[in-house]
Design a protein around this ligand. Structure first.
Ligand code: GTP
Ligand code: MG
Length: 195
């Protein structure tokens, strides 16, 4: 993976705008500002492929990227607090939920959790939705560079405990820092193994 083989395909604002379900796809979900777009840039080695910013609510469409000809990578809008007009936020949250529960070719959802904060109530709602849609999901802790080792271990334990209650959860947790590069190679390997 991946630099030369990844390209932006399109931004989608409604379910009928999704590209044909003709290949497996993986998506990146998580609270606003958790680091989804930044992680996609780190994974692909392309600094400005997905647009990131410090304002929660930066990504407002479902952004599709092609990974060679074989897979799609999908950058999702965040859930939870967003710095944007409420009617807009409601629109993209509804789209997000429709996507996560109704995309037949979705092979795995990576659910990003801030390594400082662990799983929040608003995450639980999404994890429950993934369970009920039988979408396998895997948690990725982000911003590892911002936590001390001791706090990190406490958060890992909390996440592990929460995941044990979700049938669709993949048990292995990946700890990452898009800033420092921790876990990026590991996550690339996991993605490369998804058929
Ligand atoms: P929305 O599109 O609003 O849902 O946010 P997002 O989840 O796509 O987050 P985004 O990638 O835009 O990043 C949000 C902020 O977190 C940016 O200021 C990033 O620079 C910062 N950030 C992301 N990953 C890391 C990381 O690993 N370490 C540090 N220190 N900052 C990070
Ligand atoms: Mg984003």
């Amino acid at each position: 993976l991946f630099a030369g083989e990844v390209d932006f395909l399109k931004g989608v604002v409604a379910m009928d705008g999704l590209p044909p379900a003709d290949r497996p796809e993986i998506c990146f979900a998580g609270r606003s500002n958790v680091g989804k777009s930044t992680l996609i840039n780190a994974l692909t080695g392309r600094k400005a492929l997905a647009r990131a910013s410090n304002t929660p609510g930066r990504t407002q469409e479902i952004n599709y990227f092609t990974l060679g000809e074989s897979h799609y990578l999908v950058d999702l809008p965040g859930y939870g607090y967003a710095n944007a007009p409420l009617d807009k936020v409601r629109g993209w949250q509804q789209l997000l939920k429709q996507y996560l529960s109704g995309r037949p070719t979705l092979r795995r959802a990576f659910v990003l959790i801030d390594a400082r904060h662990g799983v929040k109530e608003v995450d639980e709602e999404i994890l429950a939705l993934l369970d009920s849609s039988a979408v396998t999901f895997q948690c990725v802790l982000t911003k590892a560079d911002k936590v001390k080792l001791k706090d990190r271990e406490r958060v890992m334990a909390q996440v592990r405990d929460r995941l044990s209650k979700h049938p669709a959860a993949f048990p292995e947790i990946v700890l990452t820092s898009s800033e420092k590069g921790d876990g990026i190679g590991e996550l690339r390997g996991i993605i490369a193994g998804i058929g």
